[in-house]
Structures are given as C-alpha cells and as structure tokens.
Design a protein around this ligand. Structure first.
Ligand code: NI
Ligand code: MN
Length: 234
C-alpha cells in the first residue's frame, strides 16, 4: 500500500483507476471515437482489470482492443462476456447483479442499473444482457460505486447501507441517464462524501453540468471531483 488512489478521466464514462496496491482498473473503455478522449490517450492501455457496465457503443467500443492489449480479466454480464468470447477474448469473469467476486485483488459487486443494453455488430442489434453498475472495494477498504448509465432508483439507498461507498461515479448528462438533480438525490441515498460526475459534455445533447451538481450537493457537504478529460485526481 505504497500509493494513493488515482482516478484518471478519459472522457464520457471511461476511467482509468490506479488503486493503492498499484492495480490498474479501466471502466467502460471508449477511446478511439470518443470525442472527449485526449488524442494521446486513445491507444488501448495495458491494465489489470476491465469492468464494463453495459453493451452500448459509448461504453465498450474499444473493449476488444483493450482486452487484447492487456490480456486481463473482463468483468461484465454473462451475455456480454459470451459475445466477447466469440471475438476471441479468453480471460472473462462474468457475473450478475447481486453477486460479488474477488478479481485482480479487488472485491467487485455487480449492482442494479435502470437503462438498456445492446450493441450493433455487423448490422444486427445484439442483446448484451442487462445494464449494471459496480461496487469496487479497494485494498485499503476504500469503496467506489460506479453507477454506469442509469436513472435514479430507490435501491441506491440499499447500496449505501450495505456497501457504504466513499466515492460515487454518477452520470449527470441527462437525456440518456440521470441529470444533476437526480444525481444529487443519488448522493443522498448513497451517503457518499465525494462524487465524480461522468457522461456529460461529450455531446451538446448531454446538458447536465458539474456546476449544477455542485450547487445542489456542496451545501450538504458533498465534494464534486470535477475532472477534465485526461486529468488525474489523487
Ligand atoms: Ni448507455
Ligand atoms: Mn452511455
């Protein structure tokens, strides 16, 4: 445990986390055609663990490339893993909602998300299982909640009670996910002190902003970790 948690935003919902134990975790890899991803970061990185929340293009367009480059386990819904297997990716750790597993030295629980999940492959819409979120418990006990794409739901309270997350990664762009008002409510349900806004600013139709989230949660003592694409917070 020689290092501190580092969170790098690659734009949209793509994050690279370095845990205190030095494990590199990538969430929802979307690089090459992600308009928010800095040019220098578009190349698939070598990571130790890949977590995928659902099958939409803006969350997994570079999944095969990153999995191939890394050879590290991919954690996702069984249907998504099955599709990956047919693409020649062998290191798969499928799971489903409510389940936990110890993978790459971390404890990962898959949680609910209210959204949809499909991927267009060769002109066909492929079912990728249900959308999900993740709770990740790091080596030092610090607990992250990555919501994926979701609407607000009441059982975020249950996630708060059971997992006591320290930092929540919440979508705030609106239109396809929660906006800032619902995300502020999510912070309350989860009981988090820190929130990393995601899924905003990539396209003009994603109208929610961190400023709006700050206005709602800062008076209640919740810190908004607003990152620029390519920026790292420690
Ligand atoms: Ni989505
Ligand atoms: Mn999305």
């Amino acid at each position: 445990m020689d290092r501190r948690l580092a969170i790098t935003w690659l734009g949209h919902s793509t994050f690279l986390i370095r845990t205190p134990g030095g494990t590199r975790v990538m969430f929802d890899p979307w690089l090459a055609r992600n308009p928010a991803c800095p040019q220098a970061m578009k190349k698939p990185p070598k990571v130790d663990l890949i977590l995928v929340s659902h099958g939409h293009r803006d969350h997994m367009d570079d999944l095969v490339a990153v999995a191939r480059e890394s050879g590290s386990p991919v954690v996702a819904m069984p249907e998504l893993c099955d599709w990956l297997g047919r693409k020649g990716i062998a290191n798969l750790s499928p799971m489903n909602k409510g389940g936990s597993q110890h993978v790459a030295g971390l404890d990962v629980t898959m949680t609910e998300a209210l959204h949809s999940s499909g991927y267009v492959d060769n002109g066909q819409m492929v079912y990728m299982g249900e959308p999900a979120g993740f709770v990740v418990r790091l080596e030092d006990g610090v607990t992250l909640y990555f919501a994926g794409d979701t609407a607000l739901f009441g059982d975020m309270r249950l996630i708060g009670e059971m997992h006591k997350p320290d930092i929540a990664f919440l979508p705030i762009g609106d239109r396809f996910t929660m906006g800032p008002v619902a995300a502020a409510r999510a912070c309350e349900f989860l009981g988090v002190r820190q929130v990393v806004p995601m899924h905003w600013g990539t396209f003009p139709i994603l109208t929610g902003t961190p400023a709006e989230l700050k206005r709602l949660v800062e008076p209640r003592g919740v810190q908004v970790l607003e990152l620029k694409p390519g920026e790292t917070a420690e």
